[in-house]
Design a protein around this ligand. Sequence first.
Ligand code: ZN
Length: 256
Amino acid sequence: MILGVDIGGTNIDIVVYDGEFRHVATYPTKETLTKLNEILNDLIERFNVKAVGIGLAAWIKRGKIVKMPNISGKFEISLKVPFVLDNDANCFALYSAKHFGLKNVIAITVGTGIGSGIVMDCRLIHGEGLAGEIGHWFVGGDEECTCGGKGHLEANFGGWSIRKRFGRDAKDLLEDGSIYRIEGFKLMCIAVANAITLLDPEAVVFGGRIGGNLDPQILKSEIYRYLMAGFEPEILTLKDPLAVAKGASLLVEEQM
Ligand SMILES: [Zn+2]
């Protein structure tokens, strides 16, 4: 039995996995972080867990957290069993590959921020640790980003930047369809087309509160405008709110 944990900016989702996924708990991050070890160690005992996979909204380099822009408060993970830690978008990519039966996939999460994970030949690509940070590609302009940079994709199309620019939640722009007409949408599709040209995946999977609710047909027609003939990835969306926690449990098989 494996425990999969998604530590996000708002909630912590936990699943158990033994070939099938089962949701066991969801907690608010802010109130839970200080007692997380205690909660996880209890679950480890209760479900006879052998290892834990943790997906975290953070930049992780060689197993160390470099920066956690959306989670406040410090914490150290200390568990009774071995655990593996990875970026949440990487967990989403791993689960997307399994869910759709893909060997080569680029997964993009668009929520408050923009993240991405790359699976090639069924393996996550980390590089030196930070591979796949599409949200922090320079796409033009001088809009300030949460990372300290300027003109990044996330500063043009992340949930926080949409709210800042338009004074409305991205959900409203999705509902009336205006999200497809903002410049940030076009910039994201160009960035994705460039990523496809670099990696030639079988599919691109969009997830997250905004990404998972985009229209795959509209995404496809916009992305394909910027693609060279010969590249033909499927463009998919995945709405499962537990996708990161499920992917975190798959980290154990992949990396241990
Ligand atoms: Zn940035």
